[in-house]
Design a protein around this ligand. Sequence first.
Ligand code: PMV
Length: 315
Amino acid sequence: MPAYSASAPGKVILFGEHAVVYGHPAIAVPITQVRAKAIVIAEPRSPRGLVRIIAPDIGLETSLASLPANHPLAVLLSKAVSTLQVSHIPACSISITSTIPIAGGMGSGAAVSVAVLRALSAFLGRPLKDEQVSNLVFEVEQVYHGTPSGIDNTVITYARPVYFVKGKLIEILSVKKPFPLVVADTGIKSPTAVAVGEVRQAWENQHEAYEQLFEAAGSIAAAGRKAIQAGKVEALGPLMDENHTLLQKLGVSSPELDALVEAARSAGALGAKLSGAGKGGSMIALVTAETSNAVTTALLKSGAVGTIVTEIGKT
Ligand code: PMV
């Protein structure tokens, strides 16, 4: 029986998280060392339309029909059926695995959606274009994250660094000189919707102050884009540090994130910041080939439950 498989990477946000929800630019990059994978296999001997779902990482083994209608996978598959204009999904199994930390600011939900959608549309003989995949995953994200900017579905679908402004055409960022990053996971699960909701509340209460912080984060993202395009890697460190200070002011850092950021800097990182929604999840540090090991060791000593060393812009 042929198997249709697809995978999608994790991601981190280099600059501009939260501000991006309010229309300011942000930069996100794929993290290819961690991935979500989906495999769809036809099961012609099963009863008509029986779609089995097997996701061992989250302890899920069920059928599509028994999933609550508002479960993310049920929402995704129902949107897929209407976009692909099929009457139903023929009997099959959908197996999902992922090495992306869940609720860790690395886009695990969006990556699972992208992988499932690609594998399923291939199985149905109607492969989707990247733009369609990204748009559908955005619709699913809206159900769960309230007011997502669309940056996660975009960077994960295209699997390339992106300069992203909500509602604008995506801009794939060319990286003149690849640069190494260490990503560290605090191990603290932080649902994006909660942090985004708290920032919205604070923005409503302290409108002017938050507008200024968002504006400043957007300017950092714009400066980051220039530095990346010009290969001025050394300029990125101070921009990351500044962005972290802004995120602290927005109220989305945490003692654990601050400790990791400090530890990375003390061990020689050129800059460090939390990445994603904050309040837990992940942080990133800009390193060099010489400092990468020392920074990784320092992060693990300071409470990180996992680290990834990656090279951004390496093709
Ligand atoms: O999915 P996370 O936790 O990396 O957060 C996404 C970034 C936010 O700016 C906080 C939300 C959004 O939709 O852009």
